[in-house]
Ligand binder design. Structure first.
Ligand SMILES: Cc1cc2nc3c(=O)[nH]c(=O)nc-3n(C[C@H](O)[C@H](O)[C@H](O)COP(=O)(O)OP(=O)(O)OC[C@H]3O[C@@H](n4cnc5c(N)ncnc54)[C@H](O)[C@@H]3O)c2cc1C
Ligand code: SF4
Ligand code: SF4
Length: 650
């Protein structure tokens, strides 16, 4: 079944229809999995780039009929050739499959497909007819048979889905082309509504998202990726500036219940939002006195002002969600108690502990030795964690390390250093953040690693380091740093801040048995349903994935809420068609970074205004200034609306 009978994917033709079956007639242009789900095998795949046929019991004409109907349903109707053309093609194919078609209909199909594909303005119209054109060119006999047979073609079993390269890459799969288009049209509230279908914190995410969507934006193949993240921030900020807020409609599920959430971080808040929208009674237990988790306690104000965060959490509370602050589960209330008292419990406790560096002296409690997450939490709460210290060394290459060095300047430290064991090219931190830190004159020390903390009378006075060189690549593909013997040297410093990673504190599990965890101390959950090995317990966010990204935590919280809602309603936690397509899209790849769009872009991305480095580095004011309305609309105009319709025959 894995053999390919015919493929036109990516303009490469593989045709095994008349040849002896080949061992594994693969087509290098597409990696199509054998199965769509546990029970169903993929007999054919049809989409934006052609057709892949595996079984001769798929009727190609009927496949085109079903596909074109799906394309027609996605046409927004704004360009006339697409609106009427997809209608005509869908209706004609329907007529042919009913046994009422003529040879002229087939000819007409080809002509209409050409016109729509060449004149449409967006991805639906441009790519929708491509597969039909391939079918007409390579299966003329099937169309002839359908129009001359005069009999009805039997309808197959299909599933269709729509995506876009950017939306596929966004962990929570926001309908990006749609919300961007609303901005272009000046319909800002509608744009926010699209975002809030899935994500209740657009102002937060619109500032700090790591934006995998932009790395998968086709506009980059012309000039620059669309500024998807900042457009989200724009609509959220605009609403706030107008003293407005969302008007969430609660649409209660058939049966509603009581749900406890542990942790008011992005995962917990998003889970609470989706449950509250379904009418469930939600109570969050939060160990700290503030909501937001690491977005409040880790991310500094100059990247994410506190009032933005509080405002968006308050909007979720206004839906009836209760938050008990300063209530740590495990310490103040037992998890087993919550499991007994509630219909379901969501665990979104994040990764709060700093990972050890395995360096001499780090466990001795020296004054001036402060783990990165603790350092940032103190600063975010308005305290200098070590006022006597002036010369700071931060160890690490990720975003947390960068936040630590940039914050150090803002609490008046004079000498701020970052030590990283690899080179700048291997730093996992966001490039934009690295550049900002460079502009603020942080001193970077690459290929350097700490060996020992030096102290006098329990107070840090220096950090012994050793120089490194890059050796053979490790499992991650990055070249492994190797110490250069005899290259040890001492940094004179009074503050050492390790920021090399975080760990999950799972002590809250002590009161329950049988919750499976990994060797890395994260919770094991089903990938899609987010259910743990105990049926009433669900989990997502950093405590599931390990330290990750805010939007991944939100996406996990949303999926868990969907599962909890099903469970309360006595329904099985099955994967949806959408879930299966997400998996399929990972294999077939929605974005091709090498795609040649055939022209050179003339409209580069509009960058945000920033506070100048010399001013901003000493204050906590937000560095990036948002778009003005004309700028946002101009930026939104750059979107190519690259929707893609995909369908499988099962
Ligand atoms: C310094 C720093 C900078 C970052 N910058 C970015 C960035 O720019 N972009 C990005 O996408 N991501 C960033 N991240 C990562 C991002 O913040 C996290 O991935 C995200 O916050 C994870 O969300 P979460 O809800 O899973 O956990 P968290 O945000 O950690 O929230 C967990 C919450 O649970 C509470 N909690 C823990 N244990 C208990 C308990 N037993 N009982 C009750 N409550 C408990 C905690 O107090 C916390 O409020 C950054 C992280 C850090 C540390
Ligand atoms: S949430 Fe992040 S990944 Fe998703 S669209 Fe927004 S910026 Fe992109
Ligand atoms: S151009 Fe628009 S639709 Fe296309 S990938 Fe970029 S943001 Fe998405």
């Amino acid at each position: 079944m894995n053999e390919i009978l015919f493929s036109s994917w990516g303009d490469q033709i593989t045709d095994n229809r008349n040849s002896a079956k080949q061992s594994s007639g693969t087509n290098s242009q597409i990696a199509l999995p054998e199965k769509f789900n546990q029970d169903a095998t993929i007999k054919a795949f049809i989409g934006w780039d052609g057709i892949v046929l595996r079984s001769d019991d798929v009727n190609i004409v009927d496949l085109c009929r079903a596909y074109m109907a799906a394309v027609r349903d996605q046409s927004c109707g704004k360009c006339i050739p697409c609106q009427s053309g997809t209608n005509v093609m869908a209706a004609t194919l329907d007529k042919i499959c009913r046994g009422d078609g003529t040879a002229a209909d087939v000819e007409n199909l080809g002509a209409v497909a050409q016109v729509v594909s060449s004149s449409a303005k967006c991805g639906i119209g441009k790519t929708g007819p491509v597969a039909l054109m391939h079918a007409l060119a390579h299966f003329p006999e099937a169309f002839q048979a359908a129009v001359h047979g005069g009999t009805q073609v039997e309808a197959g079993d299909y599933q269709a889905n729509v995506t876009a390269p950017c939306a596929d890459a966004c962990p929570i799969h926001l309908d990006i082309p749609r919300y961007v288009e609303f901005i272009k049209e000046g319909k800002f509230e509608e744009s926010l509504d699209v975002i809030r279908c899935r994500l209740p914190i657009p102002g937060i995410v619109g500032r700090v998202c790591v934006r995998p969507c932009e790395e998968n934006c086709r506009r980059a193949n012309l000039d620059d990726a669309v500024s998807i993240k900042y457009l989200k921030r724009f609509v959220a900020d605009r609403e706030l500036a107008m003293h407005k807020g969302p008007d969430y409609k609660i649409e209660p599920s058939g049966k509603t219940g009581k749900v406890a959430i542990v942790g008011a971080g992005p995962a917990g808040v998003t889970c609470a939002f989706h449950l509250a929208r379904k009418g469930h009674a939600v109570t969050i237990f939060e160990g700290l006195g503030e909501p937001g988790g690491m977005s409040a306690m880790g991310i500094p104000d100059y990247r994410l002002p506190r009032h933005i965060l509080r405002n968006e959490v308050e909007q979720v509370q206004a839906m009836g969600v209760t938050i008990h602050y300063n209530t740590a589960v495990g310490r103040d209330v037992k998890l087993s108690q919550l499991e007994e008292d509630y219909d379901a419990v969501f665990i979104g406790i994040g990764a709060q502990d700093s990972s050890p560096m395995r360096v001499d002296g780090e466990d001795k409690g020296y004054k001036g030795f402060i783990p990165g997450v603790q350092y940032l939490r103190d600063i975010n709460e308005g305290r200098d964690p070590y006022p006597e210290g002036k010369r700071v060394v931060v160890i690490g290459g990720g975003n947390v390390a960068i936040d630590c060095v940039r914050c150090a300047f803002r609490i008046d430290k004079e000498d701020v250093n970052l030590v990283y064991r690899r080179t700048r090219a291997e730093m996992p931190a966001d490039e934009v953040e690295i550049v900002d830190a460079e502009e603020e004159k942080v001193q970077f020390h690459f290929l350097t690693t700490p060996v020992r903390i030096i102290e006098e009378n329990g107070v840090v006075t220096g950090l012994e380091c050793i120089r490194m060189k890059l050796g053979a690549p490790d499992k991650s593909g990055r070249r492994r740093p190797v110490p250069i013997e005899g290259s040890e040297f001492v940094f004179d410093c009074d503050t050492v801040v390790p920021a090399i990673g975080q760990r999950v504190d799972l002590s809250l599990l002590e009161s329950v048995d049988g919750v499976e965890t990994t060797a890395w101390n994260t919770l094991i959950v089903d990938d899609v349903t987010k259910q743990t090995s105990r049926p009433k317990l669900f989990s997502a966010g950093d405590c599931e994935t390990g330290p990750g990204a805010l939007i991944t935590a939100c996406a996990g919280g949303r999926k868990a809420a969907q599962s909890i809602d099903l469970q309360i309603n006595g329904l099985p936690l099955e994967y949806t068609v959408d879930d299966h397509f997400r998996k399929l899209f990972k294999d077939v790849k929605v974005y091709d970074p090498d795609e040649n769009l055939g022209e050179i872009g003339k409209h580069r991305r509009k960058h945000l205004e920033m506070l100048p480095p010399d001013t901003r580095k000493f204050i906590f004011d937000e560095v990036e200034q948002g778009y003005s309305t004309p700028e946002a609309r101009e930026e939104a105009r750059r979107c190519l609306r690259c929707y893609r319709v995909a369908m499988v025959a099962l």
